[in-house]
Design a protein around this ligand. Sequence first.
Ligand SMILES: Cc1cc2nc3c(=O)[nH]c(=O)nc-3n(C[C@H](O)[C@H](O)[C@H](O)COP(=O)(O)O)c2cc1C
Length: 353
Amino acid sequence: MSSQRKNEHIALVHKHYQEKQMSDFQNIKFVHHAFPPINAQEVQLNSQIGPLKLDFPFFINAMTGGSDETKRINEDLAIVARETGLVMATGSMSILFKHPELSDSFQIVRKQNPNGLIFANLGAGHSIENAKRAVAVLEADALQIHVNATQELIMPEGDRDFKLWLSNIETIVCQLEVPVIVKEVGFGMSRETIQQLIDCGVQIIDVSGRGGTNFAQIENSRRKDVSYDFLEDWGQSTVVSLIEAQSNPHIDYIASGGIKNPLDVVKSLALGAKAVGVSGEFLHVLQEQGIEATIRFVNEWKTQVQTIMALLGKVKVEDLVKTDLILTGDAQDYCETRNLDWKSLANRTSKGH
Ligand SMILES: Cc1cc2nc3c(=O)[nH]c(=O)nc-3n(C[C@H](O)[C@H](O)[C@H](O)COP(=O)(O)O)c2cc1C
């Protein structure tokens, strides 16, 4: 990861941002039941992933650091995280191993938010020594390891050898003192991938699916030679990735990829996620409207998530898996073809009560 590339990513994410983006979140709807059996003021927003206790079920997912421009963004995001109580992940810290002088572009996050929950981030090509160093630099509470083969292969200067990724992950999970979260970067996960990660000892997975920031599109627009535009809809959506994950219910899942509003957050939680990561949408608000407006925006989301939970009659985040969800369109076709049980999602309250 170079400073220049990170700055290009930021510019291209901005260029390709779509206010109303089609995603599988439009293929999933809650069944409305007219008598929510609660007082809306009872709704609680806290959640837990592995040993990590979260005050709110959504957070600022991995994006920046490693250049002067992204140091400023990291600082602004850290202030938003501090003022709203949200967890925050930094972008990939790989650059530190070539340019240790850039560590302040990450450390600014801890400096601005000394008591917050902060996640470090590295690719799966790294050793346990590098993982320990990334965590130490940030005094991080967890490490995210991103898996991004699609992005690397479309990137002209990207990695080509992925053979060691799983064994690196296994070593890091075994030896690191903080929890490890393995995440995609917007291409989703299959139950087979999830099983491979579980076999390596992984306990927390961010499925990060298709539907939001699209790194196939971003890397393709950075290419000057041949086009890979035919790969721009590669991967599984966040919605179907969460349904894939239901085959392995004994670990904790995070949803990310295409979260545009509080209803997407609640739909993800209802599909079994314990927390929901937001990148592109928060970055957009920050860049367009600044820190104060982003803090207001995040606080509005908290209230709106509470409102939706009240409408669904659920006091706790973990109760949302007892709601009824109708899956339609492409998402339904996908589940049908993959033999994933989408029908029982529609009748969970009558079975569960
Ligand atoms: C500008 C930008 C930079 C990103 N950099 C990283 C990164 O360094 N490491 C990582 O794991 N994911 C990175 N991501 C991916 C996000 O964490 C997330 O998985 C993906 O963007 C899908 O979420 P979204 O649709 O909410 O943006 C980046 C995303 C954006 C928008």
